[in-house]
Design a protein around this ligand. Sequence first.
Ligand code: B12
Ligand code: SF4
Length: 461
Amino acid sequence: MDKILFVDVIKRDASNTIFEHLGIMYLQAALQRSGYESEMISTRFDSERTLYQKVKTGTYGMVALSVMQIDAPRAIHIAQELRRRGFKGYILLGGHWATFHPEEILRNHPEVDFVLTGESDFAIVQLVEALSMGSTTRLDQVSGLGYRSDKGYRLNPHTAVPNDLNLLPFPLRNQYSDLLRQQGHALSVSGSRGCFAHCTFCDIVTFHRKIRVKPYRSRTNENICDEIEQLGVDKIEFVDDQFIDFGEAGKERAYAFADEIERRKLKITFAVLARVDTIDRDVMKRLHQVGLRHCLLGIEAISRDDLKVLGKHITPEASREAIKILDEVGVEGIISMLIVNPYSTFETVRENLEFLAEVRPYLKENKHTVSINTMKIFSGTPIHTRLAHEKRLTGNYLGFNYKRNNGYAVLVELYVDLWLNGLRLTWGHFVEWAKKGIHALKPINAMGGPPATAGQFPNTH
Ligand code: B12
Ligand code: SF4
């Protein structure tokens, strides 16, 4: 089969474009190891037009799109546009969104030939091997493959999944890695896959459960440091959902990682993602000594009611303590917050916004930053199931949303949206504005609670 072109379909103006796409780069490395050629184009860095031009002028046997749920309509549009422009090769979809919707994709979108579900490090090679033999009879042996057969839609079981991450080749670096390197940005490393927690808004656990791998697998520190050494850069961004594993085992692994960095005299700074309940003062101190400089903390909410809805299993006290520890040891925290969820009340939103005011001193002194979002509903998450059960889920596999409980919920969310977009109305002014503008949303008077004052909160965008 001719070369494979992988496409990272994230939009160019997406919030954060300065990451490598490790998912694709792992698949490219697996293909290279088996002697197959591939390339990658990212619509984060190049335009969609460049992608079509590349497909037109190159000789590609397959275009393979990596799709997160938020980009589903865009991925389908790209697949359709490729066909409209005469691309005759195979079109394959993979990644998080594709994993949860292989059947809907194949039934509704004839332009797509195959869907690979789950981690496809082995499956991609099996698929390309099967197709290279010029026969589709071996498709039933490709792990996690969704496809159309004479008997209709088929989805194969996951028979080949990477249980031991040390056996995978290192991700294949590409033109974007070079660009990031030149611009002084960090390169990405994945030291583990999966997570032990069960946050209701996150699909990581179900994603891994679907493919029947352990909920959390990690590489050895030696293997990780071999990759860092090979990269030869001084800034690393770890993309692990949970850089520090729970409990004593997690601490030991973190200490051993620090020792390994030191033993090899690696001069790096690095960033990690962590849960609040894995932030330990001594561990952080040690990691800081060997280069830890940024830590994205999944606090998400400070309201206890919200924390229950989100299934975070953390307390507001633990979150405040974690922020303090990071400050003390000199690690910049990126405080991730989900200000609004489908069960928000004025009270919970107010608590969350007040928390932002509370951490403002850290932001002012550039010690920490805040990343604020409202909850999006992803397939495979417990919150998705709950909303469906309550008949509040709207939309379809191309994008989900939820019915707001009442006009008041709409107002609260609109207020937060405007606030996040820079229109800092006081709650009182906002209500006046809403009364004039939105007659349909009646229960404005049922609000209660003190108004959240604008200007009091940090400007995070
Ligand atoms: C780094 C990262 C980013 C980076 C880079 C994204 C990227 N894809 O490289 C940036 C900062 C850009 C980003 C942005 C966002 N992200 Co993000 N991100 C991650 C993170 C932490 C790591 C990704 C990674 O490198 N994983 C390691 C690799 C090895 O795994 P992988 O990507 O899953 O790839 C494997 C399989 O999925 C599959 N595969 C992947 N692509 C393809 C393609 C083909 C053709 C095939 C066959 C297979 C295949 O095979 C790969 C190898 O095993 C993940 C969490 C996670 N653990 O994956 C979230 C995650 C992917 N992000 C997520 C979200 C929600 C977002 C945002 C919406 C956040 C926001 N509120 O803004 C934005 C969306 C941006 C946009 N699309 O416009 C969700 C996606 C949920 C979903 N169902 O879509 C995740 C899973 C986190 C979570 N649990 O909520 N993100
Ligand atoms: S949000 Fe983070 S901590 Fe929670 S389940 Fe997902 S990856 Fe794990």
